[in-house]
Design a protein around this ligand. Structure first.
Ligand SMILES: *Cc1c(COP(=O)(O)O)cnc(C)c1O
Length: 461
């Protein structure tokens, strides 16, 4: 039992590291008695320090239960607001596979009722494998985005013949022509004329048809779905509501000549509080606003409430993985700003490539020594020989324990489950991290850390 003062002290540290907070997706994180990072899964708990001492670093740890809970909660929340607000359409969640194609991510989502959205022939090939292994219920719905190469087209046809519900989304005039002979429902993608606040402030969007083009096309054979995808990590609820309202205006117009159009697919975009500095919108309030806006807009336009599809990928999978490194050395560098660097045994440019590509912010916390009051302001250096292989929290600093206060220091990057894996690279031929799965109180090795032979093989050696 902890004494009252010990408890108070622990809560102080927990708050400092932003753990145990629903609003930051850290409700499962805690600090153990000896100042070690703990992650809970129901009544199971994992001591991350013990795990990385056993399995080494660099290491990714996946928590499939987080995905299951988020998918279930998302579907329940939509269905609840649909009922409460008297919305007449149905809700379907489609997991966008491109966000993380690892089996350990896709299967838990599907288990909780996720349908899928694929972006390429190769992603659809994985679906085919699952179908052939009898892993997927035939009722699963698969939306096909991305350019339809001949291979992609053949797979779509093949899976359709096998009885799967496959809905190709038409992206351009060439595909429009090609899908005239398609014997199932099709969707069409619009590039909405609306700008929103997000990290990805796109000046140009090359996906789909313009609104006026779609209105001009008129009748489209078997059109059942209108799709758009505005952006990712959208900062404010309004950034998801405004595109919805605009798309519903178009939906109403398209229905005049396409009365079988009955579904609006609003794509991805729901964000995650990566930096954990200020409050972020909750998916509950986001869902309420979306269903409310859909109902209000449709009633005003006197048009049938469409079924709603969301393809939120990042929101579901980002918090399901953490990435752990060991601090190898401390270095003082005479330069502007922060001049203490911690060198880690992995690469930000390779394993967490968005750090470099889009200046992604992360929440970085110690895995051990979490109860020290003496912290050092540092920048992090990756192990590659590239000067861009670093994390500086956007030119700020990362507060971490001092190396003199502990024999060894491990650090964790939170929310690394979205996008990083398939974008990962091999700069300086560094090995990719090991991938561990933490589920039902047990740790399984899904992928060992790459051996030199394996990395060499990728380059013909
Ligand atoms: C990338 C993508 C998504 C997922 O976006 P998130 O921002 O991760 O939710 C959904 N739909 C389409 C078409 C996409 O390209």
């Amino acid at each position: 039992m902890l004494t009252k003062t010990a408890k108070k002290k622990r809560n102080g540290f927990r708050k400092f590291w932003r753990l145990g907070m629903d609003g930051f997706n850290t409700q499962n994180f805690d600090i153990g008695v000896d100042g070690e990072l703990i992650v809970r899964e129901g009544n199971y708990q994992y001591n991350i320090f013990d795990i990385v001492k056993k399995y080494g670093t660099s290491t990714e740890i996946v928590f499939p239960t987080v995905i299951e809970n988020r998918v279930r909660d998302l579907i329940d929340t939509f269905n609840a607001y649909i009922k409460v607000l008297g919305y007449k359409g149905r809700f379907f969640y489609h997991y966008a596979m491109k966000v993380n194609q690892n089996k350990e991510f896709v299967l838990p989502a599907v288990a909780e009722g996720a349908n899928l959205d694929v972006a390429s022939a190769n992603e659809l090939f994985l679906v085919k494998r699952m179908v052939e292994q009898d892993k997927f219920n035939n009722r699963i719905r698969v939306i096909c985005n991305g350019p339809k190469t001949p291979k992609y087209m053949d797979l779509i046809e093949e899976l359709k013949r096998k009885g799967l519900i496959v809905i190709p989304v038409i992206e351009d005039f060439v595909e429009l022509e090609r899908f005239k002979k398609f014997k199932g429902n099709v969707g069409i993608r619009v590039d909405l004329d609306v700008k929103v606040d997000s990290h990805w402030d796109k000046k140009f969007n090359r996906f789909g048809f313009s609104e006026s083009e779609l209105v001009k096309i008129g009748k489209i054979r078997n059109l059942s779905l209108l799709h758009y995808h505005i952006s990712s990590q959208i900062e404010k609820i309004d950034g998801l509501v405004r595109p919805l309202q605009r798309a519903l205006e178009l939906y109403a117009k398209l229905r005049e000549q396409n009365p079988e159009l009955d579904t609006l697919d609003i794509g991805g975009g729901a964000g995650v509080p990566y930096a954990k500095k200020k409050p972020f919108y909750t998916v509950k309030s986001l869902t309420r606003c979306l269903v409310q806006a859909a109902k209000f807009t449709c009633d005003r336009l006197q048009v049938k409430h469409p079924n709603l599809i969301v393809e939120w990928g990042r929101y579901v999978v980002a918090p399901a993985q953490i990435t752990i490194y060991k601090v190898l050395a401390e270095k003082s560098v005479e330069n502007k700003g922060c001049n203490t660097w911690y060198v880690i045994d992995g690469s930000l440019m390779n394993d967490l490539i968005d750090t470099w590509a889009i200046h992604q912010k992360w929440h970085v916390i110690p895995v051990n020594c979490m109860k020290t009051r003496k912290l050092q302001k540092v920048w992090l250096a990756g192990s590659s020989c590239d000067s861009d292989d670093k994390y500086t929290a956007g030119g700020g600093y990362i507060p971490l324990p001092r190396l003199e206060d502990t024999d060894e220091l491990y650090i964790a990057f939170l929310d690394t489950g979205a996008y990083q894996d398939s974008l990962a690279s091999h700069h300086c031929l560094l090995s990719s991290p090991a991938k561990l799965i933490a589920q039902n109180g047990e740790i399984k090795v899904a992928r060992r850390r790459e051996l030199p032979e394996e990395v060499g093989k990728l380059f013909g050696w």
